[in-house]
Design a protein around this ligand. Structure first.
Ligand code: HEM
Length: 187
């Protein structure tokens, strides 16, 4: 059940490495404008939230107070559901529907590269960041319940979370650059 998020990723990867896909979606210009708007709005939600929550976590961690950090960890998880996930959906679904002028997936290299970067970021989020966040919540809960200071283990996990979170943020930032510049990377 936990690994269900790998299914759409596998489907998209298959689409990318076989025939050009999503090139058939021919949409009326006005509808397409709306989809581009939704796509860019998704990018704002997604990138805005991952950057801002990282800042909140860092500020909370500096207090070294288990209650504050516990609150921040839970808020990050909630914000992911409220903003990151809708952002991902708005990037992906409208993103795939506006591909027709660029020859679909497997058509323009900047699209394929952006999708790959976005998927790798998603894999890091699902496979590394979420488990680390859960572990941080467990450790802060333990410290609160036992009225003890946060263990060194928490700070080790937080450092790991910051490093992987940085990578998972950098990849979609590169995708953002590619989206705007639309360079020909290969082909
Ligand atoms: C983190 C990932 C992504 C971000 C931050 C992002 C952001 C953006 C932004 C800001 C634009 C507007 C660029 C401009 O008009 O100059 C754009 C355009 C576009 N995006 Fe994305 N995007 C992402 C991923 C994707 C993916 C995965 C796809 C498709 C599978 C996609 C397909 C497109 C297309 C086709 C356009 C061109 C729309 C047009 O000019 O008519 N994007 N994207």
């Amino acid at each position: 059940m936990n690994r269900l998020w790998t299914v759409p990723i596998a489907l998209l990867l298959t689409a990318t490495i076989t025939e050009p896909a999503f090139a058939f979606v021919d949409i009326a210009p006005r509808t397409r404008q709306l989809l581009v708007f939704l796509h860019v709005f998704g990018a704002v939600l997604f990138l805005g939230n991952v950057i801002v929550t990282a800042m909140w976590m860092t500020i909370a961690k500096r207090t070294r107070d288990a209650n504050t950090i516990d609150f921040a960890c839970k808020a990050v998880i909630r914000a992911d559901w409220m903003f990151t996930l809708p952002g991902v959906i708005l990037i992906l679904i409208p993103g795939l529907l506006i591909l027709e002028p660029f020859g679909g997936l497997g058509g323009a290299s900047w699209v394929d590269m952006s999708l790959a970067l976005f998927l790798v970021s998603g894999i890091i989020w699902g496979a590394v960041l979420v488990p680390l966040q859960k572990r941080m919540v467990e450790l802060t809960r333990e410290a609160r319940e036992l009225h003890i200071a946060l263990s060194d283990r928490f700070y080790v996990i937080h450092r790991r979370w910051t490093m992987w979170g940085g990578i998972a943020t950098l990849l979609p930032l590169i995708a953002l650059y590619l989206m705007v510049v639309k360079p020909r990377l290969w082909g």
